[in-house]
Design a protein around this ligand. Structure first.
Ligand code: BGC
Ligand code: CA
Length: 295
């Protein structure tokens, strides 16, 4: 385990920081606090603190659009126009949401063809009642079911593979992926944390330009780097137990940003990990891939 690589980029007391996404166009990092329904926007080069936009409901993730962001709120997917909130258009309802309850949207990302993929999270975080969806041409279709906590969505740089993790299984799956049609082939177990004796569960991830998969281990206090063939390469420690997702950003895409959570810490935990809930960063040598924009 490599210690000391990560520093606090923005000190925050987020409940469930998630979904960091870098816009190369505006040199802005976006991310959310799912539980509080907040979207953050931050230009590291500005020297200013982040802006925060408050929605009235939980927001699982965001993706980049031409003139704004796509946001997967608990109840459905909306397109938010810049300046954030100036215009909101509902694109699709969450089929697993019922007035005030049900399975909210969780991890999501845009594929290299501009389709938006997003999974849900079982309300009890225990029953496999959640699913994985794809939004194309305004239509939301279910692609996989029997999931408990959908996480870890990413695409290999050669566009041949879709990665996905159902967190409680502690496994990361990969599916042969046809980028022209958006079709997924049969699942194969790509990484099993049990076999590597790694702690926590696989949460959010990002792939670098060499095809390495960088994954946050929620409950495992670390970011792990796996090679394209599934080999463990490196672990980087964080000063808090629950990192949630990573993104490459910065002018050269050589800064790795990580969001973290405090939602599972009690008073003792909060005292012990005073930086939990912050945004962290670490320089890396291999750059990330530019994040695609939703078509
Ligand atoms: C979910 C959290 C969950 C975590 C670990 C995240 O994607 O939003 O609620 O605790 O994954 O499974
Ligand atoms: Ca997640």
């Amino acid at each position: 385990m490599v210690e000391g690589g990560f520093e606090v980029a923005v000190r925050l007391p987020m409940s469930l920081g998630e979904s960091p996404v870098w816009s190369a166009q505006s040199q802005t990092l976006y991310w959310v606090d799912i539980n509080r329904g907040h979207i953050y926007a931050w230009q590291p080069a500005s020297g200013e603190p982040p802006d925060r936009f408050d929605l009235e409901e939980q927001v699982g993730c965001v993706a980049l659009c031409e003139d704004g962001l796509l946001a997967a709120l608990a109840s459905g997917i909306e397109r938010l126009t810049f300046p954030l909130g100036s215009r909101r258009v509902r694109l699709a309802d969450n089929p697993e949401w019922r007035a005030g309850g049900g399975n909210r949207f969780n991890d999501g990302r845009c594929d290299p063809s501009g389709r938006f993929w997003v999974g849900t999270l079982a309300a009890d975080e225990a029953t496999p009642s959640a699913a994985l969806y794809c939004l194309t041409d305004g239509e939301l279709t279910q692609r996989r079911s029997a999931i408990t906590i959908a996480n870890g969505l990413a695409f290999s740089p050669d566009r041949q593979w879709l990665y996905h993790a159902d967190s409680p299984t502690r496994r990361i799956m990969r599916y042969p992926f046809d980028v022209s049609t958006g079709t997924m082939g049969d699942a194969e177990v790509w990484v099993d944390l049990d076999r590597h004796d790694l702690p926590g569960v696989p949460d959010g991830a990002a792939v670098d330009s060499d095809g390495n998969y960088w994954c946050a281990l929620y409950g495992g206090s670390q970011i792990v780097k796996f090679a394209a063939d599934g080999r463990w390469l490196e672990s980087h420690a964080l000063p808090c137990p629950d990192p949630t997702m990573v993104a490459f950003g910065g002018a050269d895409l050589r800064t790795l940003y990580v969001t973290t959570a405090t939602q599972h810490l009690d008073d003792t935990g909060l005292e012990r990990y005073p930086l939990a809930g912050s945004l962290f960063s670490m320089p890396v040598t291999t750059p990330g891939l530019p994040e695609p924009v939703v078509a």
